[in-house]
Design a protein around this ligand. Structure first.
Ligand SMILES: [Zn+2]
Length: 465
């Protein structure tokens, strides 16, 4: 009786250990009462769009827009001020409101008030300005540890000069004391679903550090409804894709990330659920709903309260996967990637001879470890893990159809990811460099190897007992 198939249990065991380790350190924020009222916020959204319509950057009405926002804050008894200046010769007008906290640390929440020319910008981004008003009402009377700065920024659509001016306004010291920054983008579309977009890996060349995983993990744990990272349907794939490729998502929050502040943006739009009226003259309030804004606003409020409870942290945001609110930092991923390698090495020792199946198995197992060790490539890790785990089973499956099925299971992730990678790269205009081409070639090779194992399994006679 051949028992090498049991070696497939090793990768599963290492994955299980990684899951338990991630669960053990998952944050458990105390449940807080939420006060965000989507109906009130939606009335503000309609009033704001009704008062101005399109609000392009550098328009003569930018100052009136900022003043209107300031007055709206003050009407609710929230202290606010207009901050105007020039960035690279262009006029910029932001509106700021601040809630003082009991410590010298800060949280920053951003929502841009400008639009592209011709678009009324109800979703992009009057929805976020309205969310700022309602968040301000919800935070009144709450004992905060951090001083919370709410800023309706100008000029996001023309390159982020408003966020740059805010950084200048705050000054180096206060930026260094800022523990988190949440950007807000498109929060009221009922066709979308709430999602966090963190600065992807390749922005790390621009951003000083990666966004530490603790920030999105805490927000996901505190959220009253599911709050995935990257995409509501394919969160793991989206995280792998945006970090392996140069797929750029980012709003005003990127400027804070560049200064080393943990920063991400909250939205109801993502690659698989994208607002169809984005930057069009049809971006009007009738496409949106108070219920959707209510849902986004409660997530925002819970995030602010959870981040306020978070101890100050500027830890380096190494790469990670976030599954639900379970955070898999790189060391846990490395552990999980070791599983397939150990299983295949054991298979090699067990059989004491090399054959084609075995060489492929060792290759599959070695690649994720190499990718983790050399340059963390989440797509390669995902594509290799399953094949590495099932190859020991392939070598022992008794019936040829069973061998075929098992091998195909192993090869499928690599095939699918290679297709997605290529399609994604052309669909989203991702710039492909050598660093991106290598995982693509690797996955192509793995797909072929996996298919080879599958076909071989189909043609071969069952292994002798
Ligand atoms: Zn926007």
């Amino acid at each position: 009786m051949r028992r090498e198939g049991w070696l497939s249990a090793i990768p599963l065991a290492t994955l299980l250990v990684a899951v338990i380790a991630a669960a053990a350190q998952a944050p458990e924020p105390a449940p807080r009462e939420l006060h965000f009222d989507g109906k009130r916020a939606f009335a503000d959204l309609e009033a704001f769009v009704g008062a101005f319509g399109p609000r392009p950057t550098r328009s003569s009405r930018s100052r009136d827009v900022a003043k209107w926002i300031c007055d709206r804050f003050e009407k609710d008894g929230v202290a606010a001020r207009v901050s105007s200046g020039y960035v690279r010769g262009d006029p910029v007008v932001n509106t700021l409101a601040m809630f003082p906290g009991s410590t010298s640390r800060f949280l920053v929440i951003l929502g841009h008030h400008d639009t592209v020319p011709g678009a009324p910008g109800a979703e992009d981004n009057a929805s976020s300005v309205a969310a700022l008003f309602e968040l301000a009402r919800a935070l009144k009377g709450v004992q905060l540890r951090h001083s919370v700065i709410l800023c309706a920024t100008d000029a996001e659509e023309s390159g982020g000069a408003g966020a740059e001016m805010l950084l200048f306004d705050l000054g180096k010291e206060r930026v260094e004391m800022t523990d988190a920054c949440i950007g807000l983008e498109m929060l009221a579309w009922p066709g979308g679903s709430p999602v966090m977009h963190a600065v992807p890996r390749n922005y790390a060349a621009v951003a000083k550090r990666y966004v530490p995983g603790t920030m999105p993990a805490r927000m996901a744990a505190a959220s009253p409804e599911p709050l995935p990272l990257g995409d509501p349907r394919f969160p793991l794939l989206a995280q792998a894709f945006t970090r392996t490729c140069s797929a750029g998502t980012g709003s005003d929050d990127v400027f804070f990330a560049q200064k080393g502040v943990p920063a991400l943006f909250l939205s109801r739009s993502s690659l698989s659920h994208f607002y169809p009226h984005y930057h069009k003259d049809s971006d009007t309030p009738d496409k949106l709903s108070a219920e959707a804004l209510h849902s986004s606003g409660r997530i925002l409020e819970s995030a602010v309260l959870a981040l306020d409870d978070m101890p100050p942290s500027r830890e380096d945001g190494r790469d990670y996967f976030l599954a639900g609110s379970l955070l898999f930092p790189q060391r846990l991923l490395t552990l999980a990637a070791l599983g397939p390698m150990v299983a295949c090495a054991a298979l090699a020792i067990w059989r004491r001879r090399s054959d084609r199946v075995l060489s492929i198995a060792v290759g599959f197992a070695a690649l994720p470890c190499l990718s983790v060790a050399i340059r963390f490539q989440p797509l390669v890790l995902l594509a290799c893990w399953l094949p590495g785990a099932v190859i020991p089973l392939v070598s022992t499956a008794p019936k040829r159809w069973a061998r075929f099925a098992v091998a195909l299971t192993g090869a499928l992730p690599a095939i699918l990811l290679a297709i997605l990678y290529t399609a994604g790269a052309s669909m989203f205009g991702v710039r492909m460099g050598w660093g991106d081409g290598i995982p693509l070639l690797t996955m192509g090779a793995m797909s072929l190897a996996g298919l080879g194992v599958a076909v071989k399994g189909l043609r071969d006679a069952p292994a002798p007992e």
